[in-house]
Design a protein around this ligand. Structure first.
Ligand SMILES: Nc1ncnc2c1ncn2[C@@H]1O[C@H](COP(=O)(O)OP(=O)(O)O)[C@@H](O)[C@H]1O
Ligand SMILES: [Mg+2]
Length: 370
């Protein structure tokens, strides 16, 4: 190995669920991602609560600045931890790609912006490894939504010449990437709307638990068709791509506003209806293409009731987990940001204009040298 340039990358991801950091150490060979180490680090409760408050506009500039620092350190520690528990050392790592924690994502309007925190200066300082952060804003500066960014990675890793594939990432928000076998067609992708965000928000509000483990609570309830129909009237679901969204839209207040019109629905029935909403909005927005197989990633893949409901709704299209394509569902997004950092250092673009709506392909991210 002596003298060989470092070929390993670290990806650090924390999504809209605000559950914690997914960290991977990965090698990219011949279009394949070889996972060398991975680690999930939950946010301490007080950090998560502060993040939730700030993201609901209840924080001060002090809160935002302090959280930027606290998360920078947590991300740095996560990177050090995956290196420490692997056979590699920091000098074997070419770069760290850190998505940061989204606090707000408002891609529309006169002054569009997206805000991720978790100071990359600290990550570079703590690890001594080149760190790439701030991936979304260059795309937005070029007129794009700044999201979703994972479709380029999905295309590179999971695209296939002989079949159309659809990758569905079910995090807090759900997004799909459609990967056509025919390379003359563009890869497309967008946020379909809520993934787990609404189910998580309702579960926390009603039971004090951050999520409905294995969908047990939803399984006690029944879908309320009137409530579901009302939820489906939200204009976002019919809006054409490019589009992206976040928890500033799909949150507890969104549920409560609609529930005012349906005051008698049982809490467990609301939970089941929210699960059905996630499934229906995904399935209705799937591109119609023959011979397509569907692969799921993100935390939603761990919810058996969600997966069963999705499989039934997609029938006869088969639904798999991305593990069948070589990447475990939990680590796809973190691996995507390792790959995006690699793109940045290679001066290759990371966005797909057909997905984000940007004026063109752009090299994404800001580089923090060691
Ligand atoms: N065993 C499980 N049962 C039900 N839901 C789960 C389970 N494990 C994870 N989840 C869901 O996945 C979410 C985290 O998914 P993740 O992909 O990390 O989302 P994000 O990218 O938004 O952080 C949790 O908030 C929860 O809703
Ligand atoms: Mg997460």
């Amino acid at each position: 190995m002596a003298g060989a340039p470092p070929s390993a990358y670290i990806g650090l991801m924390s999504g809209t669920s605000m559950d914690g950091i997914d960290a991977v150490l990965v090698n990219f060979n011949n279009g394949q991602a070889e996972l060398l180490q991975r680690q999930s680090i939950a946010y301490p409760d007080n950090v998560r609560n502060r993040l939730e408050r700030v993201s609901q506009n209840e924080g001060t500039p002090d809160d935002l600045g302090e959280l930027d620092h606290i998360l920078g350190k947590l991300f740095g520690r996560a990177a050090l931890e995956v290196i420490r528990s692997s056979p590699l050392s920091a000098s074997d790592v070419a770069a760290i790609g850190s998505h940061g924690q989204t606090i707000r994502h408002k891609p529309e309007g006169q002054s569009p912006f997206t805000l991720q925190i978790g100071d990359p200066n600290l990550i570079a300082e703590m690890t001594g490894v080149t760190t790439v952060g701030d991936f979304r804003r260059r795309d937005m500066a070029a007129g794009g939504q700044g999201a979703p960014l994972v479709p380029a990675f999905h295309q590179a890793m999971f695209g296939d010449d002989s079949e159309n594939r659809c990758i569905i990432n079910i995090g807090g928000i759900a997004n799909i990437s459609w990967l056509p076998a025919d390379k003359r067609q563009s890869t497309t992708g967008f946020d379909t709307g809520p993934g787990n965000a609404l189910m998580d928000a309702w579960c926390l509000n009603q039971t004090g638990r951050h999520f409905d483990e294995d969908g047990h609570w939803a399984a006690e309830g029944r879908t309320d068709q009137a409530l579901l129909s009302d939820m489906l009237t939200d204009a976002y679901f019919g809006q054409p791509a490019p589009k992206s969204t976040g928890k500033e839209k799909f949150n507890l207040a969104w549920i409560q506003t609609i529930l005012h019109r349906h005051p008698d629905v049982l809490p467990s029935d609301v939970q089941r209806t929210l699960l059905e909403l996630t499934v229906i909005t995904i399935v209705r927005q799937l591109p119609s293409a023959s011979g397509q197989r569907i692969f799921i990633c993100g935390g939603g893949a761990k919810n058996p009731l969600l997966m069963k409901t999705l499989s039934l709704a997609c029938n006869p299209m088969p639904v798999h987990a991305t593990s069948e394509l070589g990447v475990d569902p939990q680590w796809v997004e973190a691996t995507a940001f390792a790959w995006l950092a690699r793109q940045t250092l290679a001066r290759q673009s990371g966005n797909l204009p057909a997905v984000t709506g940007a004026h063109g392909a752009r090299i994404l991210g800001a580089v923090y040298w060691p």
